[in-house]
Design a protein around this ligand. Structure first.
Ligand code: HEM
Length: 407
């Protein structure tokens, strides 16, 4: 875990890795919204943190003044980068999330067919069977780590299945993705190491599929054209990389946060167990209150908003999680209301980069919660103090000690 010095002033020195922020950022956002709605920090290379829904909406519309091109993760910048042949060949990009206009739309169009409702529905039996098998592995014990024995495997195995990579290597994929986006914020070399491993892995796989096409995602991406020219190997490697990176920690976090909520709120747990028809609104409420993803943009042209002038080179964090707790948009925003009817949350982002995988994320989350509640309707967190939250731009529980009646 990344240790950082304590924060004295959230308006001028916020820290996404602070211990209290990882556990519960709601009070910080509330205070900032009332006193300094766009906070700043010099930590981790410096960035701005908006907390109001309307400001985030304004920022996502600022294209091209705010760019997605640099893969912006909150981490300690490194002045001198050693030459790395793998990164030199494949670069650092992960289209479409790191693309700006005019490249963004053609890149996004390449992957959208994989995530339509119809395409995603084809994976529902796979996800359902997997959830049952995972539960079979621990239900007799009466205890498990709901983050590490259950939640993490649902998106990881599903995306490995969709991409067409060896599911037996799923623990390695999880380690690589965590190495790039969650751990090592203070160690650029370590992050690069995992970035290189991912690119090398997909580089070899894409070369192999080019020679021997199969009926899978990589082969279908390779068969596409952009503006009449074959898509580059580099772009396909970047896209595969994005599928793992965007697909695992995000949904792992959402499933884990929801399970933790129900484990620590027995009234809500009982309601969902007894009224399964509540699932759609309960799931959207979990996505709103425990939104896991904070993206970032880099300022390329001076812009002003909310009384702040942003200069070229500044980083702005797309704080979708804080927007989802803004009282200007949501009644009693810090309260979990399983029946909430008006819930236009932006956990999946908004605008041109809105999550391409949201149908898949919802299928995984709905199946994970439904199967869990069918099999284990009574459960609790045996030690809430032992829960570990990831810090940085994808926030979710990484250790969840649960107990339940053994079956
Ligand atoms: C609950 C789970 C998830 C959440 C909360 C989430 C959230 C987000 C957010 C906020 C963005 C916007 C990024 C931006 O504005 O820069 C995004 C983009 C994206 N997400 Fe997700 N995501 C989730 C799951 C997934 C899954 C399962 C996949 C696919 C495997 C996926 C694939 C993508 C892709 C490809 C983009 C880039 C879209 C573009 O740039 O046009 N996401 N996601």
């Amino acid at each position: 875990m990344t240790e950082t010095p304590p924060v004295d002033d959230w308006a001028t020195d916020f820290d996404l890795f602070d211990d209290s922020y990882r556990k519960d950022p709601g009070p910080v956002w509330k205070e900032l919204r009332e006193t300094c709605p766009i906070a700043h920090t010099e930590r981790w290379g410096g960035s701005w943190l908006p907390t109001k829904y309307e400001d985030i909406q304004a920022f996502v519309r600022m294209v091209p003044e705010l760019s997605s091109r640099n893969p912006l993760v909150v981490s300690q910048p490194k002045e001198e980068q050693e030459f790395d042949p793998v990164l030199a060949e494949y670069g650092n990009s992960a289209p479409p999330i790191t693309s700006d206009p005019p490249d963004h739309i053609p890149m996004r169009r390449m992957i959208l067919p994989l995530f339509t409702h119809k395409a995603v529905a084809k994976h529902s039996a796979f996800v359902e069977t997997m959830c049952h098998e995972l539960i079979d592995g621990f239900i007799e014990k009466g205890s498990c780590d709901a983050a590490l024995d259950y939640a993490v495997y649902i998106p990881a195995k599903t995306i490995a299945h969709i991409i067409g990579v060896d599911a037996h290597r799923v623990d390695e994929f999880i380690g690589w993705v965590r190495g790039v986006i969650e751990l090592n914020a203070g160690d650029a070399d370590e992050r690069n190491k995992y970035n290189r491993i991912l690119r090398q892995f997909f580089g070899e796989l894409v070369t192999e599929r080019k020679a021997n096409p199969k009926d899978d995602m990589i082969s279908s991406l390779l068969a596409q054209e952009i503006n009449g020219a074959p898509v580059s190997k580099k772009a396909v490697v970047g896209m595969c990389n994005l599928m793992l990176v965007a697909g695992i920690d995000t949904t792992w976090s959402s499933i884990g946060s929801a399970l933790l909520h129900f484990a620590t709120h027995p009234d809500h747990r009982r309601r969902l167990a007894n009224e399964p028809e509540l699932m759609p609104s309960a799931m959207e409420e979990m996505l709103r209150v425990y939104s896991p993803v904070t993206m970032a943009r880099e300022v390329t042209e001076e812009v002003q908003t909310g009384g702040v002038t942003f200069k070229p080179g500044d980083k702005v964090l797309m704080n979708f999680p804080a927007a989802n707790r803004d009282p200007a948009v949501f009644d009693n925003p810090d309260e979990v209301d399983l029946d909430r009817e008006k819930n236009r949350h932006i956990a999946f982002g908004i605008g041109s980069h809105r999550c391409a995988g949201s149908n898949l994320a919802r299928l995984e989350m709905e199946t994970a919660l439904r199967v869990w509640f069918e099999r284990i309707p009574e459960f609790e967190c045996s030690n809430p103090d032992a829960v570990i939250w990831s810090g940085g731009q994808v926030r979710g529980p990484r250790h969840l000690p649960f107990t339940f009646p053994a079956q």
